[in-house]
Design a protein around this ligand. Structure first.
Ligand SMILES: [Mg+2]
Length: 271
């Protein structure tokens, strides 16, 4: 029997969404109940996404429509992580953004100073509103030694019917080719995503559980940050994938309903 202590000690659960709580518009059985279990057992939870094209607030109506309890404090994007990272590491430095209006709004909400001239930092996101002028300016600043920060390392964003959209990693590859500068990535699997949340919430990394279906992002971010890695088999990864991977989760469950059962059973045993 697996030792459950590390899992049961977790006070904050960072939740991947697609493949973990739902697939497209299909909510997994027991997924909403799983969130209630977290609340009833006194645990915090945050829906976590690497998507830096939308604001955190954009996720609230969608999650609620699917039945998930969700307030502003329960959503965290790689864009928000980038804003917090800037405030922690480079407060007040002027930033040139290659990103959507939603990402711009997010940085403004966190008080990050944005500029079109003399930027000291270039920040790149999943910019679905990208135009050539932004690339041109970003390369100009990077060639003059601006720091290069990127919200998420994903090359592509998966779409229905096997299509993909070029994502932040691909935009950065272009900027690197043109400027010679390499970005620091913030989103999963980089530990910054967990570190900034830990700093913000006061919960130490060792008491944070990352729950997800993808080994090289959801599980890797937990491993990199010294958090507890929980893999669910409801999405991308199978047990065979886990066995053949270098990235090993601390716990594996069929789905979040099975994880909820464990959390509930232990709570009842304690009561
Ligand atoms: Mg997923």
């Amino acid at each position: 029997m697996t030792d459950l202590k590390r899992l049961l000690d977790c006070r904050l659960f960072l939740l991947d969404m697609d493949g973990t709580l739902y697939l497209g518009d299909e909510v997994f059985p027991g997924a909403v109940e799983f969130i209630r279990t977290l609340r009833q057992t006194g645990r915090q939870y945050i829906y976590l996404t690497n998507n830096s094209s939308r604001a955190g607030a954009d996720y609230i109506p969608r999650l609620r429509r699917l039945g998930f309890p969700c307030e502003a404090e329960n959503v965290f994007t790689s864009g928000m992580a980038t804003a917090l990272y800037l405030n922690q590491h480079d407060p007040g430095k002027p930033v040139y953004l290659v990103g959507t209006r939603a990402f711009r709004g997010e940085l403004e909400r966190y008080g990050v100073p944005l500029t079109e001239e003399d930027a000291e930092i270039v920040v790149v996101g999943f910019d679905t509103e990208l135009v050539y002028e932004k690339l041109n300016r970003a390369v100009h600043f990077l060639r003059r030694g601006a720091k290069f920060l990127a919200a998420n390392p994903d090359w592509v964003c998966p779409m229905p019917a096997g299509e993909v959209l070029p994502d932040c990693g691909s935009i950065c590859a272009l900027l690197t080719a043109a400027s010679g500068a390499e970005p620091t990535y913030i989103g999963k699997p980089n530990r910054s995503m967990v570190d900034v949340i830990s700093a913000q919430t006061g919960v130490p990394n060792a008491q944070i559980a990352c729950v997800g279906d993808r080994l090289y992002t959801d599980i890797a971010v937990a491993k990199n940050a010294g958090a507890v890695a929980v893999c669910v088999l409801s999405g991308e990864s199978s047990e065979a994938d886990i066995q053949h991977s270098d990235v090993r989760p601390d716990y594996v469950f069929r789905d979040v309903a099975a994880l909820a059962e464990i959390l509930r059973a232990k709570e009842e045993a304690r009561a």
